[in-house]
Design a protein around this ligand. Structure first.
Ligand SMILES: NC(=O)c1ccc[n+]([C@@H]2O[C@H](COP(=O)([O-])OP(=O)(O)OC[C@H]3O[C@@H](n4cnc5c(N)ncnc54)[C@H](OP(=O)(O)O)[C@@H]3O)[C@@H](O)[C@H]2O)c1
Length: 236
């Protein structure tokens, strides 16, 4: 049985990707801070409580996984957090949390697992964002972390492609998940105005289904319509 490590697996896209990987026969180690958000369980889903923004915790979690598994085949860097608004309204701690979670953690986790992924001709799948591809007013810092992640993935693929390892970057547009719970906007009401966590998990499956030798290095997933809903309450 192959082993995958996925970050941000207590809700949303990360949880849907875990379920998809387990359906495909993987054993999945999922990292998140608070698993009380989900009741979903499976004998092949190993919940690892870990704050990925803390390098010490991340390294010790990888050490614990290594005590149980010799080989890692897939890494999905999915954990992420977003704070939005005019840049001068963001708290320094919010900027720090976004950089540490969305960019620093994937770079470090990839460093810790890269030899395994290369040896196993495996996969690194980074969940970036459409904001990495365009100007993102009121999301300048968030988009900067995602643009960094995208650029890292593109460069890393060129660096390691000859080993057989694959690096894939997904660029979802607005996904209906708890990501927006603390924000003052969310996806539009119409089903055509958002994509679902399942759609992103399906994209991961498409990526994994390519023949050996073909790599979908980047994929953008967008809803048909461009709509958001402004919430009445401000940021909580
Ligand atoms: N929703 C969208 O519209 C959208 C669009 C494009 C890209 N994305 C990206 O997709 C990824 C998943 O987001 P989502 O939409 O599925 O939102 P979500 O439901 O809020 O999921 C975020 C996940 O990341 C985890 N996480 C956050 N900070 C963490 C930390 N410091 N350590 C460990 N885990 C942490 C959360 O778990 P805990 O809180 O339990 O730690 C949660 O499991 C993010 O990278 C996000 O930027 C989302």
């Amino acid at each position: 049985m192959k082993t995958a490590i996925v970050t941000g697996t207590s809700s949303g896209i990360g949880l849907a990707i875990c379920q998809k990987l387990i359906d495909r026969g993987y054993r999945v180690y999922g990292l998140a801070r608070n698993f009380t958000k989900t009741e979903w369980d499976h004998p092949h889903f190993h919940k690892m409580v870990c704050d990925v923004s803390c390098t010490r915790e991340l390294s010790s979690t990888v050490r614990k996984i290594r005590q149980e598994q010799k080989e890692i085949h897939v890494l999905v860097n999915n954990a992420g957090i977003g704070y939005f608004g005019p840049h001068e309204t963001l708290k320094p701690e919010e900027i720090e949390a976004m950089v540490a979670t969305n960019l620093q953690a994937p770079l470090i986790l990839t460093r810790l697992l890269l030899n395994d992924i290369k040896r196993n001709r495996g996969w690194i799948i980074n969940i970036s964002s459409i904001t990495a591809q365009k100007s993102a007013t009121h999301g300048c810092a968030y988009a900067a972390t995602k643009a960094g992640l995208t650029h890292f993935g593109i460069s890393l693929f060129d660096e390691i492609r000859k080993t057989g390892a694959k690096v894939v970057t997904l660029h979802p547009d607005i996904v209906q998940t708890p990501f927006y719970d603390h924000l003052d906007f969310k996806e539009g009401e119409e089903p055509d105005s958002y994509i679902t966590a399942q759609c992103v998990a399906d994209a991961v499956e498409t990526v994994l289904n390519q023949r050996e030798g073909t790599v979908l290095t980047e994929m953008t997933i967008r809803p048909q319509l461009h709509r958001i809903t402004k919430k009445k309450r401000g940021k909580s």
